[in-house]
Design a protein around this ligand. Structure first.
Ligand code: UD1
Length: 325
C-alpha cells in the first residue's frame, strides 16, 4: 500500500516512515523541512510543502493520488511558542489540518491517523487520565490539537472519513541511532545538552505535590509509539470502530529526578542536578490511562524508562553532539 506521512522527516515521523517501509509499504512524505531532515526517510518520496498554505492544496491532492491512508504528524509543538504566536499555531496546526482534509476528500483518500497530544487534556486532577474526561487545554498548542481532533470527527460525519486521534504522552528515545531527536526541547535532550557543556542538569521545581517533589510524566518510547500507528491503520479497516481517540503512553509515571538519575546510570556521568524555579504551566502529574488502547488495539508499550534513556543516549553519542567520556 501507499501511505502518506506528513511531517515524515521529523523525529517521530521518521520512525513511523521506517516501520512502514519495513512492513513493505510505499511511503510519500509531505514535509516543509523546517525541522525535518530529508536523509531520515530512506527511499520514501519527499514532497516539500507547507501544509498550512492554502495555495498548496492542489499539490497535496496530487501527492495523495494512489495513497490509501494518511498519517498526519506534521505540526508545531512548542507550548511556549504557541502562547507567543497563537495565530500562527492556528494557521499551521488547524489550517494545515483543514488543507489536508480538503485535499484528502478531493483525492478520495478516506483514512487518517492524527497525531494529537496529551496537551489536549490541560491539567487534569486525576492519577491517570482517561480519554473521556472533559477536555480543557491550557495553551494554544493544546487547543490547536483539540480542534484538529474535532475536524477529524466532523469529516467522519460529513463525508465518511475513517479517522483516529492518537494522544501522545511524553515521547522519547530512538529506534535507530541515526533517528534520535535532533531538537533540544524536552527533558532528556535538555539534560544531555547540559552535560555536553559540563553543566548541571536543571530540575524545574522540586516543590510539587509528588513523591519526590518533581513533576511526573508518562514517557513512551518512540518505537512503541510508531508501532501503535501501524495498528491504528488496521483499526481504520474495521467496520466497528467504537472510539476515535486513544492515549498512547505506558500508564506509568516517572519523575524528573528519576529520569535524570537514569541518565546518570546509563551514561556513567555525574548528573547531580540543580533545582531552579518552576516552569510556568507544568502540570505536576500527567500519566495516561492506557486501558482503551491495550484492549482495543491489543497494543502495549514494550520499553521501560531504562530502555528509553539508553536508546536516547546511544543516539546522542552517535551524533555530532557526542559527549567525551
Ligand atoms: C511538553 C508540552 C507538551 C508537548 C510536549 C511535546 C508543556 C506543559 N507540555 O511536555 O504539551 O506535547 O512537550 O514536546 O510544555 N524539565 C526539567 N528540566 C529540564 C527540562 C524539563 O525539570 O531541563 C521538566 C519539565 O518541567 C517537565 C518535565 O521535565 O516537568 C518534562 O518536560 P518536557 O520534556 O518539556 O515535556 P512536557 O512539558 O511534559
Amino acid at each position: 500500500m501507499s501511505i502518506c506521512v506528513t511531517g515524515g522527516a521529523g523525529y517521530i515521523g521518521a520512525h513511523i516512515v521506517r516501520l512502514l517501509q519495513q512492513a513493505g509499504h510505499q511511503v510519500i512524505v509531505l514535509d516543509d523541512l523546517s525541522t525535518g531532515v530529508p536523509t531520515r526517510i530512506g527511499d520514501a518520496t519527499l514532497v516539500q510543502l507547507d501544509l498550512g498554505d492554502t495555495a498548496e492544496i492542489p499539490r497535496i491532492q496530487a501527492a495523495l493520488d494512489g495513497c490509501s491512508a494518511v498519517i498526519h504528524v506534521a505540526g508545531r509543538k512548542q507550548v511556549g511558542e504557541s502562547v507567543a504566536r497563537p495565530a500562527w499555531y492556528y494557521q499551521q496546526n488547524v489550517g494545515g489540518m483543514a488543507n489536508l482534509l480538503l485535499a484528502m476528500q478531493a483525492a478520495g483518500v478516506d483514512r487518517l491517523v492524527f497525531s494529537s497530544s496529551a496537551a489536549t487534556y490541560g491539567e487534569p486532577n486525576v492519577a491517570r487520565v482517561r480519554e473521556d474526561i472533559v477536555m480543557k487545554p491550557i495553551n494554544p498548542y493544546g487547543e490547536s490539537k483539540l480542534v484538529g481532533e474535532w475536524m477529524v470527527r466532523d469529516a467522519a460525519r460529513a463525508w465518511g472519513l475513517r479517522g483516529v486521534n492518537l494522544r501522545y504522552f511524553n515521547v522519547a528515545g530512538a529506534g535507530w541511532e541515526e533517528l534520535g531527536d535532533p531538537a533540544v526541547l524536552n527533558l532528556i535532550p535538555m539534560v544531555l545538552q547540559k552535560l555536553q557543556h559540563s553543566q548541571k542538569p536543571a530540575i524545574f521545581g522540586d516543590d510539587y505535590p509528588t513523591p519526590d517533589g518533581t513533576c511526573v510524566r508518562d514517557y513512551i518510547h518512540v518505537v512503541d509509539l510508531a508501532n501503535a500507528h501501524m495498528i491504528a491503520l488496521d483499526y481504520l479497516e474495521r467496520d466497528e470502530r467504537p472510539f476515535d481517540a486513544f492515549n498512547i503512553g505506558t500508564g506509568n509515571g516517572n519523575s524528573v529526578r528519576e529520569v535524570i538519575e537514569m541518565i546518570g546510570e546509563v551514561s556513567g556521568l555525574d548528573v547531580t542536578p540543580e533545582v531552579t524555579a518552576r516552569r510556568p504551566g507544568d502540570p505536576p502529574v500527567l500519566i495516561g490511562d492506557v486501558d482503551r488502547i491495550e484492549q482495543v488495539f491489543e497494543w502495549k508499550a514494550q520499553h521501560d524508562l531504562r530502555s528509553i534513556v539508553d536508546s536516547a543516549w546511544r543516539a546522542w553519542q552517535a551524533g555530532p553532539r557526542r559527549i567525551a567520556l
